[in-house]
Design a protein around this ligand. Structure first.
Ligand code: ADP
Ligand code: MG
Length: 301
């Protein structure tokens, strides 16, 4: 075995997702359904996501986030390049079912994802389709509903739940399949602020408590400040990557990409420009409160 082989093997063990020079083209059709050209939705993306990480992907509409995400559980295959999911190449048909079990996906609209008439029945569909024995299905359903804080609603009809609750049921349905990775494509886009909080809290718990790799695609900057790493996409390419602090320190570049920074970061930035001696790039309310308290303390001393 060569040295290169050994390091490849080590990386395969560590990497949940490894995208190498991935490009994807959609075929454009005219009104009669005839192909008339292509749209490059993903353009030469390299991305490595380690097991256990909480990753956020940002980018304005049409930047290629959803198209890329669908490569991570083999819903789409690269036109060029390759995607490895836990070392398995999505281009190899023999891997598809293993990959889909390993990397689950949650979409924007909870109403399109819930099919059961009763919450627990809905959550059980995934493991049932996988051929999990009945006793174990119930164990998984209960455990998954507890993880997202929806256990008390197990006998409820999904129709009677709020958006945030429905989305948590969708997440439970995915985790009942015991994935190692969960990809959430704007899971909070259709929710009110409290629903958004519920879903993000559940996503963070999956990562913290269950060590599931989480890939969160979102428009809301406040949701990504806790991520280990952020990737920013534009025109199908990854144009920025780094920790939240590294990313949000670049206010001007984000504006160019038509993205915001968290409200509290902007506020702290304004206060600093007014002469308050605050640290660079404050990301959370707690950090701002702490910095202001310190300032006050210093002025009293
Ligand atoms: P995002 O999720 O960042 O909004 P998408 O991945 O949905 O971006 O889209 C990337 C590009 O691909 C856009 O230009 C979009 O119009 C195009 N696109 C997306 N889905 C399709 C499709 N099914 N057929 C043709 N073009 C598509
Ligand atoms: Mg999208």
């Amino acid at each position: 075995m060569t040295k290169e082989n050994l390091s490849d093997i080590k990386n395969n063990i560590r990497h949940m997702i490894h995208a190498k020079d991935v490009s994807f083209q959609y075929i454009k059709h005219d009104e009669d359904g005839n192909p008339v050209g292509t749209v490059t939705a993903v353009d030469g993306v390299d991305m490595t996501i380690n097991k256990g990480e909480f990753i956020a992907i940002l980018g304005h509409n049409g930047s290629g986030k959803s198209t890329l995400a669908k490569h991570f559980n083999a819903l789409l295959y690269p036109s060029k390049g390759s995607v490895l999911v836990d070392g398995m190449d999505t281009n190899d048909d023999d891997n598809i079912w293993d990959i889909r079990q390993k990397a689950g996906m949650v979409f924007q609209n909870p109403d399109n994802q819930i099919i059961g008439q009763i919450v627990e029945e809905d959550v059980g569909f995934g493991p049932e389709n996988m051929g999990v024995p009945t006793d174990e299905i119930w164990e998984r359903v209960n455990e998954s509903l507890k993880t997202v804080g929806m256990y008390e609603y197990r006998k409820a009809s999904p129709n009677h739940l709020s958006g945030g609750q429905k989305q948590r049921v969708s997440i439970a349905g995915v985790i009942a399949m015991h994935p190692e990775c969960i990809i959430m494509d704007e899971p909070t886009a259709m929710l009110d602020p409290s629903g958004r909080k519920e879903v993000i809290r559940a996503a963070r718990a999956l990562n913290d408590v269950e060590q599931i790799t989480v890939i969160l695609i979102t428009h809301y900057m406040e949701e990504v400040v806790y991520a280990d790493k952020i990737f920013v996409m534009d025109k199908g390419q990854v144009v920025m990557s780094g920790t939240p602090r590294e990313i949000f320190a670049q206010v001007d570049k984000l504006k160019e990409l038509r993205l915001d920074v968290p409200q509290v970061t902007l506020l702290a930035d304004n206060l600093r420009k007014k002469g308050l001696d605050l640290p660079e790039c404050i990301l959370t309310r707690e950090e701002l409160v702490e910095a202001l308290t310190k300032l006050k303390q210093n002025s009293l001393d």
